[in-house]
Design a protein around this ligand. Sequence first.
Ligand SMILES: [Fe+2]
Length: 295
Amino acid sequence: MRILRLSDTHLTREPGRDGEGVDTRGSLRRILHDCRELPGLDALVITGDIADDGSREAYADARAQISAFAAERRIPALFTTGNHDDRTAFAAVLGSGHLTADGRDAPDSQLHSPDGERAAVTTVAGYRIVTLDSLIPGKGHGRISAAQLTWLRTVLADPAPNGSVLAFHHPPVTVPGVAVQAALGLHDVPTLAEAIAGTDVRLLLCGHFHLQLFGMLTGVPVWVTPGVVTRIDLTATPGTERAVKGASATLVDLGGPHSPTFHTLHARDPHTGETAYELDATELTSVIAKLGPPA
Ligand SMILES: [Fe+2]
């Protein structure tokens, strides 16, 4: 099975450049255009921060651009929430987040919880793809709620023909020593590890960090795809943050002799590598204090 991975489109209500000078709609358009000749795609998985401002206009634009790409290839497009997303607006435009090739909101099953979390299942080529909702409204870090973990255990109780893939926004793995990732990544990781240990879960797919990263959780590979909107450049001075322009995506292949394989694709953007924004150590510390969990 071949999945095209996108994450962190950060679209806004108004087209044009955002506060950091990035043309967010243009970045999505460019990466989809440059991926137009990829052969054999079975699914598109987009892991959150679809809208930077939680606006319905941003979701509608993401849906229009991504559905057009998916319809042409007759493949489903599966969206998750991220910390910038608004569940109500997301649900109004994208429903469960699982769109069929002809644009219908039709997952195999989905979670119905009082908090309206977007979690659903679609089976593709014998693989069960489960999206989870790690959004904590108003915060930068993430968590998979107890309600979702209970639902997930039920979903995973019967193995799928080729195994399961989980997709959600906040990574449970970090680059050692990067404080902002530790603070604003997934929290309560052991409870997720417990829920997937011994099941048919073959792979976890995440976004949020705007960079490519591989790690393992309880023996399961975790792949973090870089952002469509920007890439965080860890060659910056430790304790500061630099984001650079240039949309990226990942091609994920499952089931081959070396499965899973990951290949990162970069849009051919003449502005690639140009600085989008920089945060000094004081600014980054205050972002962590504001958006992270209570000290
Ligand atoms: Fe995020």
